[in-house]
Design a protein around this ligand. Structure first.
Ligand SMILES: [Zn+2]
Length: 423
């Protein structure tokens, strides 16, 4: 168990049966249950606090492949710039800046042979790691920088990316015989910003959420599959990843009391803006201590310091179902017989409640409100409530209101909870 200091969130709201609001300070147990800080714990579970990260950049030019631009020095300078064209820039906007190991000098270029180009992936990854340790940086750099981010531009694929672990046995020097494992974000020079950011975020502990068919949560999480668009397009992480990286400390509403009392409530929602990434967590402990519904408002016009942060999102109200294991990580869930697994952080799509569906909840033309049918949990049991979401008069998707509407036929007995949340 992590120390409570790591779970320092401002406050968590709950609601009593009588309807008066009380503030429960630092309700770290509930947020922690759902993964708050799960990826900021020390390795191996997380990758340490989001802060400035030393980054190593390598360029691998496989002989016989496409050539890198002649101005690769300026290309790399741009990579660490604040322009909107790089994953490094987006990380800066998310509070995780990259710092070039060596203080700004351009990294060496590692040349590969034609024969090496033909190697299968595991050997190729190990080879790159070996070159970095033995020919370029030396083993000490890697042994002393557990949080090191290694970014490898290569031309092995036309426009793809991958994140792989290379394994190296140090052959020379005082550390001879030591075993090193180096996590490397690979991408082709032509890879989109979105792909680059996705691969670098794997190095920070991010997990794929594109699910059994490769297309779940499409356009609503950087850790899902790619969206069409230019190099500058990106999307925010899903709310579980934002919890896990401590970018989002959601208000938590315990809804069991509302179901019993048949009271509805309204609460405001805002889209991301200038480093704030809000979300609302609805939790019915009478259903499950480890499952919840998350509601957020996503706006493709969201900015941070004037830079777009969610330009590739399909805007609207986005509902998510989240189910976590004891470590706060989304569980693997069978999608359907023989269809494979989904991570249980899944959008609830409009209008059919499709899990991982592409369509957010948006008002019909001429309207400012949209309502769900009664929502369902991951096991398809009824939640006992629906939601009506309304955009502010200002229009667009910057802010709105969520109205919680319970159904009497699914009212449950009140659940007594210890002060502070989960038992
Ligand atoms: Zn991935």
């Amino acid at each position: 168990m992590l120390s409570p200091a790591l779970y320092a969130i401002p406050s968590v709201k709950t609601q009593s049966l009588a309807g008066e609001e009380r503030a429960v300070p630092l309700n770290e147990q509930i947020a922690g249950t759902f993964g708050y800080g799960a990826l900021t714990a020390p390795p191996p579970r997380g990758r340490g606090p989001l802060r400035e990260r030393p980054a190593v950049v390598a360029i691998v030019d496989y002989e016989g492949g496409a050539r890198f631009p002649a101005d690769q020095d300026s290309f790399l300078a741009e990579y660490f710039d604040t322009s909107a064209t790089t994953a490094g820039a987006v990380l800066k906007r998310m509070g995780a800046p990259l710092r070039h190991v060596g203080g700004g000098t351009m990294p060496p270029i590692v040349q590969m042979s034609t024969a090496e180009r033909a190697l299968p992936e595991p050997q190729r990854v190990d080879l790159v790691a070996h070159r970095l340790v033995h020919d370029v940086f030396g083993p000490t750099l890697f042994m002393e920088n557990l949080d090191l981010i290694v970014i490898c531009f290569d031309n092995f694929s036309p426009d793809g990316g991958a994140n792989r672990v290379g394994h190296v046995t140090v052959g020379i020097g005082p550390h001879a015989g030591a075993q090193l494992s180096i996590t490397i974000a690979f991408f082709a020079l032509a890879a989109s910003l979105r792909t680059r950011l996705h691969e670098v975020l794997h190095s920070l502990g991010g997990i794929d959420v594109y699910g059994h068919d490769g297309n779940r949560n499409y356009r609503h999480s950087i850790m899902s599959s790619g969206a069409p668009g230019g190099d500058r397009e990106t999307v925010l992480p899903d709310p579980w990843h934002r919890l896990a990286w401590q970018l989002t400390a959601p208000d938590i509403w315990e809804v069991a009391g509302y179901l019993h009392g048949m009271a509805s409530f309204e609460v405001g929602l805002r889209a991301a803006s200038n480093g704030a990434y809000p979300a609302l967590l609805l939790w019915d402990a009478g259903h499950s201590a480890t499952e919840c519904l998350i509601v957020e408002l996503r706006d493709n016009a969201s900015t941070h310091d004037g830079l777009a942060v969610d330009s590739g999102v399909a805007p609207g109200f986005v509902l998510w179902l989240l189910s976590v294991d004891a470590a706060g990580i989304p569980v693997l869930r069978s999608a359907a017989p023989a269809e494979g697994n989904d991570r249980a952080i899944l959008t609830v799509g409009s209008p059919e409640l499709e899990l991982g569906g592409w369509d957010p909840w948006v008002p019909a033309p001429g309207s400012v409100s949209v309502s769900t049918p009664q929502l369902r949990w991951l096991d398809d049991s009824p939640t006992g409530f629906s939601l009506t979401m309304t955009l502010d008069e200002a229009g667009a998707y910057a802010s709105g209101t969520l109205r919680f509407e319970p159904f009497i036929e699914f009212a449950k007995a009140p659940v007594r909870l210890p002060l502070g949340g989960v038992p």
